[in-house]
Design a binder for this molecule. Structure first.
Ligand SMILES: [Fe+2]
Ligand SMILES: [Fe+2]
Length: 176
């Protein structure tokens, strides 16, 4: 067994090999590093006004998407999709907590409260696809204008994770 630490969310993974994606935040394998290589104080950064505003938008986006997926996961008629979107909710909640850490603010009080959905698996998966598309593009834009290298790294990595979620939505359609 080996220990790995995710450079993006800071969580530790225990296993026989590095996972293709961080099980907590979904970051790709290149971010799974040896715990001793995890840089101390990597999140102690100075942020500009623009970066603060972009972090606040990121926190709000992750909050909304976490709650949307928790809402989807409350539906009882498809256990595969219920489980998949509960997992997605946890990944988005992890993103939220990464952004909160960087902004040095507490997590939103209602982060884990299920939110409204559009009412059916078909329309919710379409809605999810749209949300993930918006997140992918938004974070790519935040990464491009970030001046801090840690923030750029985080937004690029999380943008790639949100792009993976679009693929997941397309997969999920096969389980309706
Ligand atoms: Fe992670
Ligand atoms: Fe996310």
């Amino acid at each position: 067994m080996k220990m790995y630490r995710c450079r993006i969310c800071g969580e530790t993974y225990l296993g026989y090999g590095a996972p293709a994606n961080c099980p907590f935040c979904g970051a790709h394998v290149e971010f799974m590093i040896a715990p001793e290589a995890y840089p101390v104080g990597v999140n102690d950064i100075m942020i500009t006004e623009t970066e603060r505003a972009d972090l606040e938008s990121s926190i709000e986006l992750e909050r909304a998407n976490t709650r949307f997926y928790l809402g989807m996961a409350e539906r009882k008629d498809n256990d595969t999709l219920r489980s998949a979107y509960k997992r997605l909710a946890k990944v988005e909640a992890e993103h939220c907590s990464v952004f909160c850490k960087l902004a040095k603010v507490g997590k939103p009080a209602d982060l884990m409260t299920p939110g409204e959905t559009t009412g059916s698996w078909e329309t919710d998966i379409e809605e999810s696809r749209a949300r993930e598309g918006r997140a992918t593009a938004l974070y790519a834009g935040f990464a491009a204008r970030a001046t801090d290298s840690r923030l750029r790294e985080i937004w690029e990595a999380v943008s790639a994770v949100e792009a993976d979620h679009i693929v997941l939505d397309d997969l999920a359609k096969g389980y309706i």
